[in-house]
Design a protein around this ligand. Sequence first.
Ligand SMILES: O=C(O)c1ccccc1N[C@@H]1O[C@H](COP(=O)(O)O)[C@@H](O)[C@H]1O
Length: 232
Amino acid sequence: MADCVIQIYAFTRPEEAAAAAEMGVQQVGFVAGRYGLVHGELDFAAARAIVEALPGGTRSVALTMSTDVDEIVRMAAAVRPDIVHVSTDLYDVDVDGMRRLRSLLPESVQLMKAVPVEDEASVAAAQAFAQVSDLLLLDSKVSGFPGVGATGATHDWRLSRRIVESVKIPVILAGGLSAENVAASIAAVQPWGVDSNTATNVPGDPLVKDMARVAAFVRAVRAAPGGSAYGA
Ligand SMILES: O=C(O)c1ccccc1N[C@@H]1O[C@H](COP(=O)(O)O)[C@@H](O)[C@H]1O
């Protein structure tokens, strides 16, 4: 059994990203591209600076709020992340768009699709997007929040578990995860990875990571049954 992969969002400062990697965060996320939609948007040069700050072996994850496949390809060329994370509303980049995006990205770049877990239809949607993605990220959707995620809210983990069991690619669980609930989420969903944003920020400040909370999240994952190859 492999370690459960730990991904943390949304870094805006290279030094915080590097510190998180040293703490054991394996995938460091940031929002690449300025569209005036969400907190923490970085221009391509600032996003690239985070990629360059990471030690070897830590994967960089560039979240895009663009709905334009060609713009996403331009972002990937400028930022050169390990993973491109498409986090707009589900059908803003649909299955055909994801297929085209996959064909245009270098093979070395993985493509991750955020799927909102809301109801029974989410299971079929995840299965369809799994055919054209390298990874899935299962997240919460709250109306009024642009795109998928960054809500601080959990969702129905039973639906996420069904998705994990029915697709053949790695699945990261996101949505309201914290040091307090991540062990329960791993037990319930058995994902390949877990992800946190709001609960590892300085409370009330979406632009600054709370490194003590990041460290607590890493410890909680590694102590959880199923969270570490070396744990219980
Ligand atoms: O991180 C962001 O700023 C972001 C912006 C727009 C859409 C999604 C975003 N982040 C993703 O949402 C998850 C879960 O967030 P939370 O823990 O519920 O606050 C985050 O980790 C990213 O994958």
